[in-house]
Design a protein around this ligand. Structure first.
Ligand SMILES: C[S@@+](CC[C@H](N)C(=O)[O-])C[C@H]1O[C@@H](n2cnc3c(N)ncnc32)[C@H](O)[C@@H]1O
Length: 257
């Protein structure tokens, strides 16, 4: 069985669509997992994945790099805080937000903290999705090592977290603001009507064609006037073609309201 057929089988049997991922990177990761297990051919590996839930979780973990942290790239989050959110809140009493590919949760929780500071009385709706159930389970627990909260100010640490040994636990109030659920960006239908969508540090794994399609669908998922926030190392070159206006580097708006 060659790599293409392996990808096809993974899609048919497990519903995971691997064609949207950059092939060289993906193959390197999968080959390294197989090497660690001493497995030489894709057919044998596929059988193992079907039989052994722990191996399937390892496979998912390898493809989905779950690294995240609160206020990742703090200088860019500061723009969200000072420029983007006040503009959106001037027009809408409460915001509908989507953190797409949220990993284990720091990103949507960071937005929840900002919204609690800027518009505490409103009923915001923050959806946070990821393909990886393991990451989502960790997100719902909301327990983080010091590394994940290094960009959180001491005031926010005090107000929105409690200590549990070495770790920091997100407050119940912030947890209650975020709904986590599984969603595959390359396959599942997109919800709509969002004032803010964050999609950061995941498209780097996708092919150029998959990225373009994704941005097209994010445009549709935004309410008029809604803003898309992308990763620090990413750039939306075709933003005009797609209909977006550039608000600032990393922030693109669907024109309207
Ligand atoms: C590096 S993390 C980014 C987390 C967060 N957005 C940030 O910037 O800190 C990438 C996440 O993308 C998720 N992911 C990978 N492929 C995906 C897909 N097809 N659909 C949804 N999420 C996906 C992974 O599970 C992982 O949690």
């Amino acid at each position: 069985m060659d790599f293409n057929e392996f990808k096809g089988q993974i899609h048919r049997r497990f519903g995971l669509y691997l064609d949207g991922y950059k092939e060289t990177q993906l193959k390197r990761r999968i080959d390294s997992l197989m090497n660690q297990l001493g497995i030489r051919d894709y057919a044998a590996y596929l059988r193992l994945l079907g039989e052994d839930a722990a191996q399937w979780q390892r496979f998912i973990d390898k493809i989905t790099i779950n690294v995240s942290e609160f206020f990742r790239n703090p200088e860019i989050f500061a723009r969200l805080e000072r420029e983007v959110l006040p503009g959106l809140l001037a027009r809408h009493k409460s915001l509908k937000v989507w953190s797409a590919a949220c990993a284990d949760g720091p990103e949507p929780y960071s937005v929840a903290i900002l919204l609690d500071e800027q518009a505490p009385m409103a009923r915001h709706k923050i959806d946070a999705t990821d393909i990886d159930e393991g990451a989502l389970a960790a997100a719902r627990r909301g327990v983080y090592p010091p590394r994940a909260v290094q960009a959180v100010t001491p005031e926010r640490l005090k107000r929105y977290f409690r200590r549990e040994g070495e770790n920091y636990v997100v407050s119940e109030k912030i947890k209650a603001m975020v709904n986590f659920r599984r969603h595959d960006l390359l396959k599942d239908p997109f919800p709509g009507g969002y004032h803010l969508i964050l999609c950061r540090n995941v498209v780097i794994y996708f092919t150029a064609a998959a990225q373009l399609e994704l941005y097209r669908r994010f445009y549709q998922a935004l309410a008029p006037g809604g803003v898309l926030f992308i990763g620090a190392t990413e750039s939306l070159f075709q933003y005009r073609e797609l209909g977006f206006e550039k608000v600032a580097p990393w922030f693109y708006r669907r024109p309207g309201l």
